[in-house]
Design a protein around this ligand. Sequence first.
Ligand code: BMA
Length: 331
Amino acid sequence: MEKGSDQTIIGDNLPNIPWENKPKDCFDVVWRSERNPIIPRDLIPSSNSIFNSAVVPFNGEFAGVFRCDDKYRNMRLHKGKSKDGLNWDIDDEPISFICDNSDIATFVYGYDPRVCWIEERFYVTWCNWYHGPTIGVAYTHDFKEFYQLENTFLPYNRNGVLFPRKINGKYAMVSRPSDRGHTPWGDIFYSESPDMIHWGHHRHVMSANFGWQSTKIGAGPIPIETTKGWLMIYHGVLTSCNGFVYSMGAAILDLKRPWEVKYRTGPYILSPQKLYECVGDVPNVVFPCAALTDATTGRIAIYYGAADTVICLAYTQVDDLIEFTQTNTII
Ligand code: BMA
C-alpha cells in the first residue's frame, strides 16, 4: 500500500532509502531483502564479523556506526558511509572517541550501537564497559569526530535507545537493566534527562513474558514517531535447550507517556530462519538496531544483525505493521 497525503509516519521524506517490494508469495508483515546479507563479515581487513549496527540518513546519503568485532575478538565501533544504504564503506580503524573526562575515557569495549538525530546532532549510544556493561553516549556532527559524554546509567545496562525528539521537554531513552553476563532476564524501562547527562524518572515499559520473548527483551531501532504512537521494534529472546533464540517484534507506545504500551505483538514479526540467521558465530539471532523510514510512502527498512556475524535488511510498510501489531496484540 503506498500512502497519499494522510501520512502515518511523522518524519522526513526519504525516497532514496533501500526498498524492495514484498514478494507475491510472502504472507508475513516483514520481509527480507533478496540481497541479504548486505554487509559480509569480512568487509574490512580487520573484522571477524560486522553486525548489530546503526545507520542514518546523512547529507542526502547515509552514514552509520558499525559493530565490528576484530580478529582478536575485541568488540569495536567503526564509522561508515554509503550512497545507497546497501553498499558501505566502513573504516578499518575503530572510532577514537574524544573525551575530556579521564575518569571514563578508557575504551574497553563497545557494541550494539544506535544512532539518533536529535537537535542538530547525531547521538550514538552503545553498550559500553565501565566496570560492567552500561550505556555510553557520544555525539557527532560529521561522522568524523565523536565526542563522548557521561555514561547514562550505573552498570549493568544494555540496549540504550534514544527517542528522536524531546518528550515532555526532556531527552528520553529506553534501556534494559541487566547483569554482567548474558542476562537470563530483562525488561525495557524508560528514563528521561534534562541535559543528556543526568537520567531519572525511570518507568517500567514492558516485561519479557512468553514464547519468543520469554527470557528478555530490548529495544531495537530508534522508535518511529507515528500518528498512532511510537512504533518500537524490539528483540525478544527465548531460551531453548540449545541456547538463546533472538527474534523481532513491534510495540506501539503512547506518544506523550511512552512508558504506556498500547499494543504489542504476540507473534514475532521476524525470527531466525534463513541460513545466515541460523549459522554464524552465535546461531539463531536476528537483532535489529536501526530503521530508515520514508514518511510519504510509509516504507520502513530495518537493519538487523544476523547470527552475530553479518548485517541484513528487512522491509515493512508502516500501516501494515501497525495494523498487525494492533490485530495481534497481547496487551
Ligand atoms: C546479546 C548481545 C548482542 C548479541 C546477542 C546474541 O547479549 O551481546 O550483541 O547479538 O547477545 O549473542
